[in-house]
Design a protein around this ligand. Structure first.
Ligand SMILES: CC(=O)/C=C/C=C(C)/C=C/C1=C(C)CCCC1(C)C
Ligand SMILES: CC(/C=C/C=O)=C\C=C\C=O
Ligand SMILES: [Fe+2]
Length: 556
């Protein structure tokens, strides 16, 4: 851990990022930060000495064009260099109790050479860390050294199957070879660009939806340590991008495309061994529904069966289909299944209205006066059963906002799954979606409320017109109200709640987000979890790409 015993009121960086500016006219300057031998010694900051000015430029011609012309689009522009690290100047006051590291992962590099990717989810993983200590803030970012990323750099082409990109076969024979590699999983990406989790034993793992894309990193240096190998023989090629992780365990779902269903597994902290809990067979369709995430309650695991289903034929295609690797099967209907964590038995399985969601927010058990569970409530960011959200996340669409309101409506979708044997469950908006501008995704809660009745959710909402969620919103599910934060032209990333140690109120803590602003710059933003007012911000040396999900690594 870096120590900050010195009083570095003025730290300079006169030599950062020369390669970033090779193509521009500016001599690089970053606020008050100068990295020289004296400061390095004083600061005991190995972090800062890591500034990687020798690393190669990764700005594509198209990206540079963007940055110059459209100053506001750093969110959708590839990260400009492999890594950077340094102290940020904080405006406002960081709480002294905020001690630890917020890590965020996301697809931050969307090209190989001159070839530009299509979809937000295709980009190579960019990790960002915000290290808080004694009211100070060190930021670092770095590319994840996945096999997919290393191979793309080495060969100057896409070498693995990404969300929508696939290697271009050179001839018919190589096409046949690629097919074989697809079945074995060898051609699937390990580009772990979706999220980053801290396991109960302290290991930090980047994830995507391919199982091989589970990669351990060092949260201090952002070094790629290596593959997280599951030691069991459960197999599978894909899993949920969002396992449920606590200090003692990890749950995930493994979709079974051959015999449509889901295998539900648990891995104890300190092990690499997933153990079988139970299996859910699909009720609806030819294939399991996409399970980007799922929720749990105290005693149950909720397995969603969404009518947006994996599609084996689409998996085999080199060119993307309108719904990528998925297909919309409204006739196959939507279901929610509830499995007992302890026995693996299905205790409820209901048909629900059609729905589309990436992210479940939380779930909890509803009980009668004798303490018997009568239903499970499960909340998600629900896109009005409209799959067009996937298309809206194409980079071309994200990069071309012209003032027309094109973001499809979303809401907090609340499922009620009754335990009385009735065949149907309910799905309704938990609050009027106009409270958050009919935009809703990228959510977090106070982790102490995981699986329990909870009141607050933090998410990205919308101020219309927009083409992407552009506000931070605090949802009060009891009062059915929202408080919104907005900076005109800015794109905020997932608001991440960190509780104050010792807090007794659910919203006593801070909310961290990273903002890509309309000037092409960016900053870390810290809001008060209760008032939702800004308490501090710290400007980045340059705008950073949009990112997806993060985790908190508290100071040991
Ligand atoms: C970034 C994000 O939210 C989702 C990423 C999803 C990915 C990378 C999915 C990849 C897949 C393949 C490469 C082949 C198999 C299907 C699927 C899991 C969609
Ligand atoms: C960013 C996003 C949806 C935004 C739409 O409102 C979804 C991200 C999914 C993967 O983590
Ligand atoms: Fe996600």
């Amino acid at each position: 851990m870096a120590s900050f015993a010195h009083s570095a009121t003025k730290i300079y960086c006169n030599k950062i990022l020369p390669e970033r500016f090779d193509h521009g006219k500016d001599e690089p300057h970053f606020g008050k930060i100068k990295i020289n031998e004296k400061n390095k010694k004083n600061m005991d900051l190995k972090l800062v000495t890591n500034v990687a000015s020798q690393l190669p430029v990764i700005v594509s011609p198209l990206d540079q064009e963007f940055v110059k012309k459209e100053k506001k689009l750093a969110a959708w522009t590839s990260v400009c260099q492999e890594r950077w690290e340094g102290e940020l100047v904080v405006e406002g006051e960081l709480p002294l109790w905020l001690s630890g590291t917020y890590l965020r992962n996301g697809p931050g590099l969307w090209h190989v050479g001159d070839y530009n990717f299509r979809h937000l989810f295709d980009g190579y993983a960019t990790l960002i860390r915000l290290h808080f200590e004694n009211g100070r803030l060190i930021m670092g970012h770095r590319q994840l050294e996945s096999d997919a990323y290393k191979a793309a750099k080495k060969n100057n082409k896409v070498c693995y199957r990404e969300f929508s990109e696939a290697p271009k076969p050179e001839n018919f024979l190589s096409y046949i070879g690629d097919m074989a590699k697809l079945f074995s999983g060898a051609s699937l990406t390990d580009n772990a660009n979706t999220g980053v989790i801290k396991l109960g034993d302290g290991r930090v793992v980047c994830l995507t939806e391919t199982i091989k894309g589970s990669i351990t990193i060092d949260p201090m240096t952002l070094d790629t340590i290596g593959k997280f190998e599951y030691s069991d023989s459960l197999g599978g090629l894909i899993h949920s991008a969002h396992p449920i992780v606590t200090d003692s365990e990890f749950f995930t779902l493994i979709p079974d495309l051959i015999n449509p269903g889901y295998v539900v597994v648990r891995m104890e902290a300190g092990t690499n061994e997933r153990k079988f809990i139970g299996r859910v067979s699909c009720r609806g369709g030819p294939a399991p529904g996409w399970v980007h995430s799922f929720p749990v309650t105290e005693h149950y695991i909720i397995v969603p069966e969404m009518p947006l289903r994996y599609c084996a034929q689409n998996l085999l295609k080199a060119e993307p289909t309108p719904l990528y690797k998925f297909e919309w099967h409204p006739h196959s209907k939507g279901f929610m299944h509830v499995m007992c964590k302890a026995s693996g038995k299905i205790v409820a399985s209901v048909e629900v209205p059609l729905y589309v969601t990436f992210h479940f927010i939380n779930a909890y058990e509803e009980k009668d006066e004798d303490g018997r569970v009568t239903a499970v409530i499960a909340d998600c960011c629900e896109h009005s059963a409209d799959t067009t959200i996937l298309d809206k996340l194409r980079l071309e669409n994200l990069r071309s906002f012209d003032g027309v309101d094109v973001l499809p409506d979303a809401r907090v979708g609340r499922f009620r799954i009754p335990f009385d044997g009735s065949p149907d469950g309910e799905l309704e908006a938990a609050l009027d979606p106009n409270e958050h501008g009919r935009g809703m995704d990228m959510c977090s809660i106070n982790p102490a409320y995981l699986g329990l009745k909870y009141r607050y959710a933090y998410a990205c909402g919308a101020k219309r017109p927009c083409n992407f969620p552009n506000t931070l919103t605090k949802i009060d599910l009891f009062e059915k109200k929202a408080k919104n934060w907005y900076d005109e032209g800015a794109v905020p990333s997932e608001p991440f709640f960190v509780a104050r140690p010792g807090a007794t109120e659910e919203d006593d803590g801070v909310v961290i987000s990273m903002i890509s602003d309309k000037k092409g710059e960016g900053y870390a933003l810290i809001l008060d979890g209760s008032t939702f007012e800004e308490i501090a911000r710290a400007k980045f040396p340059y705008g950073l790409p949009y990112g997806l999900h993060g985790c908190w690594v508290p100071k040991k």
